[in-house]
Write a protein that binds this ligand. Structure first.
Ligand SMILES: Nc1nc2c(ncn2[C@@H]2O[C@H](COP(=O)(O)OP(=O)(O)OP(=O)(O)O)[C@@H](O)[C@H]2O)c(=O)[nH]1
Ligand SMILES: [Mg+2]
Length: 392
C-alpha cells in the first residue's frame, strides 16, 4: 500500500488541483459502493475523525472500516491568497486540511526570481513543515505530484523551489511534475522567461514531467465544444469519430453540459485532471513513469519544420525531426523515415543541409548491409523555402 502527496502551487496549480480532487472523489463515489475506506482511497486520501480540530488518521485496518471524513493528501501553496481562499469557501473546503496551506498576499508578479529566490527562501521552513506533516500521515510515501504553471511567478519559481526541497529532503520519493506551458498568445510578457528558467530546474530535479500546453488544451476544448451542442438547445448530440463521448471536459453534474459555476479554465483543467487520474489509477509510480515514457515515445509529430521542402521532382514536402529520426511528410502523410542509427553525418554547407544516411539493401533475398551513403541535401532559399536534392 503506497501513498502520494499532491503539491499544488500558484493559481494554475491550485485550480488544476481543484479539478483533480473533484474528479477523484467522483470516481471513488462511482466505484466504491460499499463506502469502505480501502487501499485505493488511501493512496490520495486520509480517513479522519472530523470531530477533532486536528483530526488523527483512522487506520485502514482490513479495508472494511467505513469512511468518516476524507482529507486530501494535498499541500496548497500560493503567494496570493485569492485562489486558495476561494477554494476554502467552495464545495471542496472540507476535503483540504487547513493546516497544509501556505499563502501570502502579493504574489510573485509573474517573476520567477521573486518566487524562487525571495519567497522560496522566506518560506523554506514553513514549506518543509507542511510537507513533513503530510508525509507523516503516510505509511509508505512513494510519490509527490507537483502541479504548477511554467508562466506564473509562483508556479515556476516557488514550484521549482519546492522541487529542489523535495529532492533534498525525500531523495527516494518520486517527483512527478505537471507543468502547464503558456500558449503563444499568453498575455504575461515574462512567461517565456519564467518557463525557460523553470525548465532548467525540471530537467535536473524531476523524475518525470508531464508537460501540458495551454494552446493544445484550448484547441481540444474548442473541438469538443463544437462537436457537442449545448443540451439546452435540445439538439441531438453528435460525436465525430475523433472526439470521444466520454471526453470529460465538464464536471458539474458529471455530464456534458456547462454548469453556471464553471470558471474559465475549468474545461481545460478537467482534461489535465483526467489525464493525471488515468495515469495514476492502479499503478505504483515506477509503473506510471514507465507507462508514461512508453506513451511519450509513440508520439511522433514533434518538431515538423513549418517551411516547405521540395524534392527532385519539385514535389512539396515537410521535414520533421522526432525521437525516431528525420522524416519527410507529404501533406500529413509520412513518406520517408531516416532513423537515427542510419544517419551518419549531418552537415551544413552554407545554405546546404546535407544528410548522410546509411541504408540496408536486399540483394537476391540475402540481407546484406551495404553502407550506401545517400546524400540528401536541401538548399534554403531567401524566401524561406528549401530545395531537397537526392544525390544517392
Ligand atoms: N491551464 C491552466 N492555465 C492557467 C490557469 N491559471 C493560470 N494559467 C496559466 O498560467 C500562467 C500564469 O500563471 P499563474 O499560475 O496564474 O501564476 P502564479 O503561479 O499564481 O504566479 P504569480 O501570480 O505570478 O504569483 C499563464 O500562462 C496562464 O495562462 C489554469 O487554471 N489552468
Ligand atoms: Mg498568482
Amino acid at each position: 500500500m503506497t501513498q502520494s502527496i499532491v503539491v499544488q502551487v500558484g493559481q494554475c496549480g491550485n485550480q488544476i488541483g481543484c479539478r483533480f480532487w473533484d474528479l477523484a472523489l467522483r470516481e471513488h463515489a462511482a466505484v466504491n459502493k460499499s463506502g469502505n475506506y480501502d487501499e485505493s482511497l488511501s493512496s490520495f486520501f486520509r480517513n479522519v475523525d472530523s470531530r477533532y480540530d486536528d483530526p488523527a488518521n483512522i487506520p485502514m485496518g482490513s479495508g472494511k472500516g467505513k469512511i468518516k471524513a476524507l482529507k486530501a493528501r494535498a499541500v496548497l501553496v500560493d503567494m496570493e491568497e485569492g485562489v486558495v481562499s476561494e477554494m476554502m469557501k467552495g464545495p471542496l473546503r472540507e476535503v483540504f486540511d487547513f493546516q497544509q496551506l501556505i499563502t501570502d498576499v502579493s504574489g510573485c508578479g509573474n517573476n520567477w526570481a521573486v518566487g524562487h529566490k525571495m519567497y522560496g527562501t522566506q518560506y523554506r521552513e514553513q514549506l518543509s513543515d507542511v510537507i513533513r506533516r503530510a508525509a507523516e500521515f503516510c505509511d509508505c510515501l512513494q510519490c509527490f505530484f507537483i502541479l504548477h504553471s511554467m508562466g506564473g511567478g509562483t508556479g515556476s519559481g516557488v514550484g521549482t523551489f519546492i522541487l529542489n526541497l523535495l529532492e533534498e529532503e525525500y531523495p527516494d520519493v518520486y517527483r512527478f511534475v505537471t507543468a502547464v506551458y503558456p500558449s503563444a498568445e499568453d498575455d504575461v510578457v515574462t512567461s517565456p522567461y519564467n518557463s525557460v528558467l523553470a525548465m532548467h530546474q525540471l530537467t535536473e530535479k524531476a523524475d518525470c514531467v508531464l508537460p501540458v500546453e495551454n494552446q493544445a488544451l484550448m484547441d481540444i476544448v474548442n473541438k469538443i465544444g463544437q462537436a457537442i451542442p449545448s443540451a439546452r438547445t435540445g439538439k441531438k448530440t453528435f460525436f465525430p469519430t475523433d472526439v470521444k463521448a466520454g471526453s470529460a471536459i465538464h464536471t458539474g453534474d458529471g455530464g456534458l453540459t456547462k454548469t453556471s459555476e464553471e470558471k474559465p479554465f475549468d474545461s481545460m483543467n478537467n482534461i489535465v485532471a483526467n489525464l493525471l487520474l488515468n495515469m495514476t489509477s492502479g499503478q505504483v509510480p515506477a509503473e506510471a513513469e514507465s507507462n508514461f515514457l512508453k506513451k511519450a515515445s509513440t508520439l511522433i509529430h514533434t518538431g515538423v519544420d513549418p517551411h516547405q521542402v521540395k524534392d527532385q521532382k519539385g514535389t512539396s514536402l515537410y521535414l520533421g525531426v522526432t525521437h525516431q529520426g528525420i522524416m519527410t511528410f507529404h501533406g500529413s502523410r509520412r513518406t520517408q523515415l531516416y532513423k537515427w542509427p542510419q544517419i551518419k553525418r549531418i552537415i551544413f554547407e552554407g545554405k546546404m543541409f546535407i544528410l548522410h544516411v546509411s541504408t540496408t539493401e536486399f540483394c537476391n533475398n540475402i540481407k546484406s548491409s551495404c553502407q550506401l551513403i545517400e546524400k540528401l541535401s536541401c538548399q534554403k532559399f531567401s524566401d524561406g523555402h528549401y530545395h531537397i536534392v537526392n544525390h544517392s
